[in-house]
Design a protein around this ligand. Structure first.
Ligand SMILES: Cc1cc2nc3c(=O)[nH]c(=O)nc-3n(C[C@H](O)[C@H](O)[C@H](O)COP(=O)(O)OP(=O)(O)OC[C@H]3O[C@@H](n4cnc5c(N)ncnc54)[C@H](O)[C@@H]3O)c2cc1C
Length: 471
């Protein structure tokens, strides 16, 4: 070990590992310290229920990962990362047994909304589809880490994206398009009326049309394992089973990069009240199922989709989100579900399936949402319960115990609402720096926020190497 490292990274989630890789690629010496015995943070895969059933306790579906400018610039395929695409990225079923779909094809998606909204949808996404690579890079580098390459398209996206999604949804005349779009916004647990929630829905829709919503072969652990293997090849070192409690626990380094919550960072690095205004938000109740066969969805589109959203109207979805954000567990939760073994048979014994589902619940809620979740699934897939071989449930307390970043079970490491959706962990042009000149933050508490995309780590690394080179 050199006497003084260039950088130490605390936390081996996708952002911490990406930050470490970005620094190591540029010739800096880097060591990563992770509290748990395995790398991955929210990108991990475990046999949670029965032998041979490989579940993703956290992230499962990766529209943002597959399209991530940071991941695309790394040779992760050489380290085992392979994206598997379901026939349909997403289906959104209705009580009458039909479904709208979010397909790779804009035309197929628009057609599934019905004639009255098809044109509106095409006009909404068309200006961005062909420019998505550049737009995604510009959007995910906000607020400052790179100058926009296409400022005009970014500005236009701002006009469409900054208003609340409830405004944008008024462009649609029927409930199918509205509910599907509301469901997209709900992926970041943002109440539908919040600032810039239109951008959230658009990002997920555009990601589907341009890169799909794939899952990594073997589960989301493969993303973290590929990043860690690449890092080691670049000379980086990863220590696991090492919970960092104080800066003094770490070897001397020119920079310390925290893939942690702002609260933990302030405590560990002695930053006092630096982030006292940072808010943590609602949580989820997560169930991982081992099934005897595929989910018996009434709508055939749902049987072909990697992700299935469950919430038949935008009103029902909005109510569920508002209740969870306001402190009450919804009796009719909005659900995001995923079916990894449809595309990846290695995830379950032959003929069997893993199935992933969560609904939103309040911060730190300690109840059991299993029954409400299964009533919702049965509503669209009669006979579902008969296929359940085993289930592993995790509410806010279990999620918080699983990962120190999920304070009160908040899987976004900070409420993704209000100004904090975009400007996190505080309102500043330099979100990755702290008042300590050698201490940086790179977790999803920084822009562009939650999701396995590594872009917070990428942007933070840029801030670090600029500082190191200037020193
Ligand atoms: C149930 C659930 C479902 C999700 N679904 C999706 C999905 O389908 N698609 C998607 O893109 N995203 C999804 N996410 C979100 C995604 O997992 C996170 O946004 C992402 O993992 C954030 O990455 P990160 O590197 O910032 O933090 P994390 O992945 O949380 O990693 C932080 C790491 O730091 C470690 N750490 C924390 N404190 C310390 C310390 N003091 N010392 C040492 N190590 C420490 C933790 O153990 C952890 O390994 C989901 C999350 C959950 C929980």
């Amino acid at each position: 070990m050199p006497s003084m490292l260039d950088a130490v990274v605390v936390g081996a989630g996708p952002n911490g590992l990406t930050a470490a890789v970005e620094l190591a690629r540029r010739g800096f010496s880097v060591e990563v310290f992770e509290a748990l015995d395995t790398v991955g943070g929210g990108a991990r895969t475990e046999e949670l229920t029965l032998p041979g059933f490989r579940h993703d306790p956290c992230s499962a579906v990766h529209p943002l990962g597959a399209g991530s400018p940071a991941f695309k610039a790394m040779p992760l395929g050489r380290y085992g990362l392979e994206w598997l695409h379901p026939e349909l990225p997403m289906a959104h079923p209705w009580d009458d047994g039909t479904a709208a779909v979010l397909s790779r094809s804009v035309a197929e998606t628009a057609a599934s909304f019905g004639a009255r909204d098809a044109g509106t949808y095409r006009r909404l996404v068309a200006p961005y589809v062909t420019k998505w690579d550049t737009l995604a890079r510009d959007f995910m580098s906000l607020p400052y880490s790179a100058l926009p390459r296409d400022p005009l398209t970014l500005a236009r996206f701002g006009i469409d994206g900054l208003p609340p999604s409830t405004w944008l949804m008024r462009r649609f005349r029927d409930e199918k398009a509205r509910a599907l779009f509301a469901g997209l916004v709900a992926h970041v647990i943002a109440p539908l009326g919040g600032l810039a929630t239109s951008a959230v829905g658009l990002v997920f829709a555009l990601a589907a049309h341009t890169g799909g919503w794939p899952m990594p072969r073997g589960g989301s652990q493969s993303i973290a394992d590929a990043l860690a293997a690449y890092l080691r090849d670049l000379g980086g070192v990863v220590h696991t089973g090492f919970e960092v409690k104080r800066l003094d626990d770490l070897p001397p380094a020119r920079a310390y990069v925290f893939d942690t919550s702002p609260t933990a960072l302030a405590r560990i690095a002695g930053l006092g009240q630096a982030y006292e205004k940072y808010r943590y938000g609602a949580s989820v109740f997560k169930i991982d199922y081992a099934l005897d066969g595929p989910v018996p969805w009434a709508a055939e589109e749902a049987r072909r989709a990697g992700t299935v959203q469950i919430g038949p109207t935008s009103g029902e979805i909005g109510t569920a989100l508002n209740l969870a954000s306001g402190g009450t567990a919804p009796e009719t939760p909005f659900l995001i579900t995923a079916q990894p073994s449809l595309v990846d048979p290695s995830r379950a014994p032959e003929g069997k399936h893993v199935f992933w589902a969560y609904g939103h619940v309040p911060h730190a809620w300690d109840g059991d949402l299993t029954d409400a979740i299964e009533r919702q699934i049965e509503r669209f897939a009669p006979g579902f319960r008969d296929r359940v071989l085993a289930r592993a449930t995790a509410g806010p307390p279990e999620l918080a115990a699983r990962n120190a970043n999920y304070i009160g079970g908040d899987i976004a490491c900070g409420a993704a609402s209000g100004l904090q959706l975009m400007l996190r962990p505080k309102v500043t042009l330099f979100p990755y720096a702290t008042k300590h000149p050698a201490v940086f933050i790179c977790s999803s508490a920084t822009p562009p926020g939650p999701g396995v995309h590594g872009m917070s780590g990428h942007n933070a690394a840029k801030a670090v190497w600029r500082r190191l080179r200037a020193a």
